[in-house]
Design a protein around this ligand. Sequence first.
Ligand code: FAD
Ligand code: SF4
Ligand code: SF4
Length: 384
Amino acid sequence: MVAKGDMVYAWAADAAVQEKGECGGAITALQQYALKSGMVDAVLAVKKGQDLYDAVPTLITDPVDLAETAGSLHCGTLLLSKVVKKYLESTENTRVGVTVKGCDLMGLIELAKRDAVDMDRLLLIGVNCGGSVSPVSARKMIAEKFGVNPDDVVKEEIDKGQFIIVTKDGEHKGISIDELEEEGYGRRSNCRRCLYKVPRQADLAAGNWGVIGDKAGKATFVEVCSEKGAELLNKAAAAGALETSAAIPKGIEIRGKVENAMLKLGNKWRKNDFNALSSDLWGTIERETARCIKCYSCIENCPVCFPASEDLKGNSRMVTTGEIPPNPMFHLRRFAHISDSCVNCGQCEELCPMDIPLALFSHAIRSEGDAAFQPKLGRAPYKN
Ligand code: FAD
Ligand code: SF4
Ligand code: SF4
């Protein structure tokens, strides 16, 4: 039996799920059990779409279908917070299991602070996240740095500081993320600045860091973060859905060290990115946003931006309608709306057709406040 605060290695009991899972399939087994047992009515997970660079959210009500969501996709453009909000709004009293990265979770918590999401209806399995790569950058990086046709890649993973690909001919190639990033490839710029690597405000936090010994690569390290998480793990193990063993103390130590190293790296990137802006923040915003075609993608895709769209898009007292590019006030007003909630998910920037570095601006503005304010972004008051 586990309790809140415990750390274990876990893997699926079912051999097929074990095989298909990223690190032994514990998450898939837990979601399957949660559905079968009625702890949740549906699971929102992610599956491969057209190709490896296309991560698609999918709502599942039949436990068998969860097999197609096993595995980690590091190169999709994806944020689940607003999808969860929309689903909860469209149903009454349903409970949903969701696998969340730190940014998905932070977005949900910020929405909950605004009473836009009821956290009691969610069962959250967090995945540690060292960062993801945008589909466009991933294809470019694989073609230019790995010398491989991106369509020939059948698996990608990030392990021990390397981005690794496996081709359809079974060839493995890995290049250090540091080297890739020095040359302008690698993780999204917002992921580099992220300081939320282990999502401890989920019910369980799962990842591969710290799994050593004969279970390396075959099990998931699970930190139990809430009573609800302990209940799920205990019941799933008792029902024979997954197996667990105590985490090796040396593995716990290694996981802590890796997490700290990632946080240090995140702070280094913040310094690098924000310092470059500091001498002329306003000038840079004015110059960059002059390309804006007012498509509203940054508003639609921001997890924490949901004022009445009429207010944002037209009939506003603050911004003249029908003007392209819009007056910089269009952007300043948005920064003001989300400035205390920008979780640095990067969606606004990645999905801007004019490549305006919007997340950089809003994160630079927000992180200054976050250094002083409580509760921190994506944290309390929603303690689990
Ligand atoms: P599985 O049973 O294979 O289940 C995987 C679950 O992840 C499924 O529910 C699936 O829907 C979901 N999923 C897949 N891709 C995404 C996505 N892009 N966004 C949201 N959910 C997704 N662990 C670490 O310790 N260190 C890391 O640096 C790290 N980086 C990661 C980065 C990403 C983008 C992802 C998705 C995961 C990362 N992980 C990391 C977690 C690790 O890869 C495994 O997901 C974890 O160990 C669980 O393995 P499993 O076999 O139990 O999961
Ligand atoms: Fe303008 Fe880019 Fe936002 Fe579209 S996504 S409104 S182009 S800033
Ligand atoms: Fe994400 Fe951009 Fe919204 Fe910040 S402003 S939460 S980076 S979409």
